[in-house]
Structure formats: C-alpha cells, structure tokens
Write a protein that binds this ligand. Structure first.
Ligand code: ZN
Length: 188
C-alpha cells in the first residue's frame, strides 16, 4: 500500500466527471487500498478517486461518531438519492465542512439531512446505505467529487470570493497542484 499525493483545486481531474468502473481488476483493488491509506494518513473522513488523480467513480469513507462506532467502506459506481434541502442559511457551528482538495479551510454549507446510496463493493456485490446527519453529508460531498464538483463550488457568492482569494494567495488553481499526507502539514 502507498500514500498518494492529493490533488488540489484547479487540477482538471477534480473538475471533470469521472467514468464508471467497468471491471474490478487488481489495479482497482490496489487503488482502493492506497485510497484507504491516503485517507487515514491525511486524515480525512472521505476520499474520492479523482482526488488522487484517477478519474473513476470510486470513493472511500471513514467516520467514527461520538459512541466510537467506526463506519468505513468503499463504494464503486454509487448512485445517490437525497431528501430536499431544508431552506435557510447553514449554521457555521454545525454545518461546516472541509475538503482534502481545498486543505486547511472550512466553510458552512447546507446539505440534505438524509440520503440513500446504492453501489457495489470491492467484491462486486450490491451495497445499499441509508444514513442521515454527518454521514449523509460525507456521502453527498464524496459523490459530488465523482461529478467534478467541489463543495466550494456550492458556496454563497461571498464565500466563493474568499475561496478565490485563498486559491490565488497559495498558488493553487492550476493543473498538477497537490499535497502529500504525512509530509505536508495540512488537514482537510
Ligand atoms: Zn472533498
């Protein structure tokens, strides 16, 4: 297994839709093992294949809630349904999220509170997930990556201007920008 560099906003692979996985090959299994290691090292609660430069519809997730129940997995070719968003402004305390591809920052974003996801696992078997709250947020965030959408693309105009300012200041927003978990000092 290997820790992979994580692409940063501006790299084209993050801003284009990923392709379905046609077959679960040894390459796919190696990629997923590396994604778990990269996600855990970052550390992050989720990682999509485009974030490590691979334009395939795969993401991993790992979240431990207050009662220490670990929730981890990998989803291949996921399909996501969500209940409509509650209207209103997001609460910065409770609804802020971050992204390993826009590292070190957090912004408030309203997300659907409940999702249903179907996918296949690494053995090609069907998976069905119904989750709410933070888990539903993780699913929406990672699923967006497969469609070439970063959470910062969904922010209000004011926050989007801040995102652009940070991007310029750090020299991001160009092809090939990346950081290395365990080496560079960032967290998503
Ligand atoms: Zn992300």
């Amino acid at each position: 297994m290997a820790v992979l560099p994580i692409r940063i906003i501006g790299d084209p692979v993050l801003h284009s839709p990923a392709s379905p996985v046609e077959e679960i090959t040894d390459d796919v299994r190696t990629l997923v093992a590396d994604m778990f290691e990269t996600m855990d090292t970052a550390p992050g609660v989720g990682l999509a294949a485009p974030q490590v430069g691979v334009p395939l519809r795969i993401y991993t997730y790992s979240y431990t809630d207050d009662d220490d129940q670990p929730w981890r997995g990998v989803l291949i070719n996921p399909v996501l349904w969500m209940v409509p968003l509650e209207p209103g402004e997001p609460d910065p305390e409770l609804e802020s999220e971050g992204c390993l591809s826009f590292p070190g920052e957090r912004f408030a974003l309203r997300r659907s509170d409940r999702v249903h996801v179907t996918a296949t696992d690494l053995d090609g078997l069907p998976v069905s997930i119904d989750v709410d709250g933070w888990r539903a947020r993780i699913m929406q965030h990672e699923f967006d990556h497969l469609d070439g959408i970063l959470y910062v693309d969904r922010l209000s105009d004011g926050d989007w201007k801040t995102v652009q300012k940070i991007t310029r200041k750090r020299g991001w927003g160009r092809p090939g920008a990346s950081w290395m978990p365990g080496v560079d000092d960032f967290e998503g």
